[in-house]
Design a protein around this ligand. Structure first.
Ligand code: BDR
Ligand code: CA
Length: 310
């Protein structure tokens, strides 16, 4: 099994990513670290608890992390995720415990105590917690096996401004630290997540699952879809964040390129842009494996098959 820490701002798609990880015996979730992003920190923490409880996994360790980006004001996305961040169905308030340690301290302590190269980080929200840990404890960088994240874009460019993807836009300084860290990075940008769209058949497959989790996932997906369908007239909505977990389970579902990626932190106009050298037009060395393709049918089949286990 592979040890992972999920760093997240749930969010319906984050919730599905967490469920996929908890349902998968190949992965050992050492902890879930929460960050401000889609909604403010108290809600992302609550939502992480709610998801673990839904999965019947009250023993999972959940940590609250940074409540704001490193140097900018927090930007949230209630327009996409609803007021709670998990709109679509009302579930009971969670009662499972929250760890008292700060998420950043947990990250540092875990990376120092686990064998070097044995822990993979999976950030699916703004990179504030990860970058803060790297700034405070630079020694952990070489102990991280790999970072597999949902972030950025190249041809698809932006979903929150014309040039930036939400997770990077919220905390570009943090993203800059991570992309310069020298750690092995695998990135799921909008270009690939926009090839993993929900549709009626895929959502109904969740709803038809026995047990209570599948129908909840279907309700979240219904709500989440509405934004993209109304705004862009697209067929469904990209289920972004589970791509990062699916990659750990079956990298063969994906295809990408090793490229150089730099983060725009200066210009307000293009703040948070992932300047991705997809065509190798510079000789800057690659620092990220940027994914571009996914087998969407097999991706949704994997999601459905695993969520059925919960
Ligand atoms: C990312 O932003 C959030 O709204 C989603 O949860 C995902 O992590 C997509 O840009
Ligand atoms: Ca997210």
């Amino acid at each position: 099994t592979r040890k992972i820490i999920i760093d997240t701002d749930p969010g319906q798609d984050d919730a599905v990513a967490i469920l996929l990880a908890l349902a998968s015996p190949e992965l050992q979730v050492l902890g879930i670290t929460c960050v401000a992003g889609n909604v403010p920190l108290p809600l992302t923490v609550r939502n992480a608890q709610l998801v673990c409880e839904l999965a019947g996994r009250r023993e999972v360790k959940i940590y609250a992390g940074c409540d704001r980006p490193m140097s900018r004001l927090l930007v949230t996305a209630e327009n996409v995720h609803g007021k709670t961040g998990l709109d679509g169905i009302t579930l009971p308030d969670p009662t499972m415990p929250l760890q008292s340690q700060h998420a950043v301290d947990f990250l540092i302590e875990t990376l120092r105590s686990e064998p070097a190269g044995s822990v993979t980080l999976v950030p699916i929200g703004p990179l504030t917690n990860i970058a803060t840990a790297l700034e405070r404890a630079p020694d952990i960088a070489e102990r991280i096996a790999e970072i597999v994240m949902m972030a950025g874009a190249y041809f698809e460019v932006g979903n929150v401004t014309p040039s930036a993807e939400f997770n990077i836009f919220v905390d570009p300084q943090a993203a800059d630290i991570v992309f310069r860290s020298g750690i092995a990075l695998t990135v799921m940008p909008l270009d690939v997540t926009h090839k993993a769209l929900t549709n009626r058949a895929r959502i109904e497959a969740f709803r038809a699952l026995p047990g209570k989790v599948g129908p909840v996932v279907a309700s979240w997906a219904d709500f989440f879809e509405r934004y993209d369908m109304e705004k862009y007239g697209s067929e469904g909505a990209p289920l972004h964040d589970p791509c990062a977990i699916a990659y750990l389970l079956n990298p063969d579902l994906f295809n990408g390129r090793h490229i150089n990626v730099e983060i725009e932190t200066g210009s307000e106009l293009t703040m948070g842009m992932t300047v991705a050298d997809w065509w190798h037009v510079t000789d800057r060395p690659p620092n990220a494996y940027f994914i571009g393709e996914v087998d969407a049918d097999r991706y949704f089949a994997l999601l459905t098959e695993r969520i059925a286990l919960l």
